[in-house]
Ligand binder design. Structure first.
Ligand code: AMP
Length: 321
């Protein structure tokens, strides 16, 4: 049973969607499957329910996840439009949007709360993913789900839970996914090919990371990758930091982190994962953020990386003790 506040929030979101002719959907910078699945999935749901509305899913594309489909250009005049921001806890992290250019804003997010920026906010840290929140919204309103939207939501949820592996996978997650599959009959196993196919180059890169990971006595695993190394191994920065997802469940490691130089932005992209210690406080200290066990940041250079490593190592030490 859902609480009355939750039901009211769903109702308010539905009403607001119904009210607007033009709706823009946005999400965080550097999109992952959950960010893409929730925006592109909700776009299709709104189009399917209200065929006369103009709906745009915007933001820079991510070549790694192009199987989600194409993104839209932001329309030139949005003064009378509704903006829905998904999977993003703070204004700075929204990709390519100025909130002031919209009439009203809805936020749908599952990150720890950072700041309020929506007229309506559906924020639930216990939800596995933004896609799970969209599923819940659809099943509790008159919004209608089609097969293609269901596939996108499924892939987003699978991405953020790492195939139901992480602890914020709950009975609610399984209930919603079960309803989604029953209602739309998606062939969910066929979706994994797109999500998990890798080039041999990428797999070889992952073995480089595993072979060269430095592990402290407190259980921190880390690696620093400069441009020379990325060129030599023929991987881009997104692929490099994505390797962090392949390092779970190593007995000697509680927290693991990849630092990779980002040529385009001239800074270091940081991806961190944990199987115990809480890491998002350290990430926030370095102007990043994220979840308790999956966080990220952007830092100036590898000197700052050394300070980052010290703080993460301290968190591991405290956890161990
Ligand atoms: P990633 O390692 O890029 O998959 O990100 C893991 C989590 O950390 C996601 O929830 C991101 O939204 C968050 N995150 C990644 N980079 C940043 C950043 N620069 N600032 C704030 N949060 C971030």
């Amino acid at each position: 049973m859902l609480g009355r506040d939750r039901v009211n929030t769903f109702k308010k979101i539905y009403k607001m969607i119904k009210k607007y002719n033009t709706i823009v959907l946005a999400r965080h910078i550097g999109p992952d499957p959950d960010a893409l699945g929730s925006t592109l999935g909700l776009k299709e749901i709104i189009n399917y329910t209200f065929p006369n509305k103009s709906v745009y899913a915007v933001g820079a594309p991510a070549s790694k996840h192009k199987y989600f489909g194409t993104l839209d250009e932001l329309p030139s005049n949005t003064e009378d439009s509704l903006l829905i921001v998904l999977d993003t806890p703070n204004i700075n992290r929204i990709d390519g949007i100025n909130l002031k250019n919209f009439k009203e804003v809805i936020k749908i997010d599952h990150h720890p709360f950072v700041e309020k920026f929506g007229n309506i906010e559906l924020v639930d840290e216990t939800s596995s993913s933004a896609c799970q929140l969209v599923m819940e919204l659809v099943f509790n309103t008159k919004l209608k789900l089609n097969k293609s939207a269901a596939e996108k939501l499924y892939m987003g949820l699978i991405g953020d839970t790492n195939r139901f592996l992480y602890s914020y996978t709950t009975t609610k997650t399984f209930d919603l996914v079960s309803s989604l599959i029953k209602e739309t009959k998606i062939d969910f196993t066929s979706l994994y090919e797109n999500m998990y196919i890798k080039s041999l180059k990428e797999v070889r890169f992952q073995s480089y990371v595993i072979m060269n990971l430095i592990v402290t006595e407190n259980g921190l695993g880390y690696i620093k990758l400069d441009q020379e190394l990325l060129d030599e191994l023929e991987v881009d920065v997104a692929t490099a930091t994505n390797a962090v997802n392949g390092l779970s469940y190593i007995d000697e490691i509680y927290v693991w982190v990849i630092f990779a130089y980002d040529k385009q932005n001239d800074n270091i992209r940081v991806s961190i994962r944990s199987r115990g210690p809480i890491i998002n406080e350290v990430a926030t200290h370095f102007n990043g953020g994220g979840h308790m066990y999956a966080s990220g940041a952007r830092i100036k250079d590898f000197e700052v990386a050394d300070e980052f490593i010290k703080e993460l190592d301290e968190v591991c030490k405290q956890y161990k003790n």
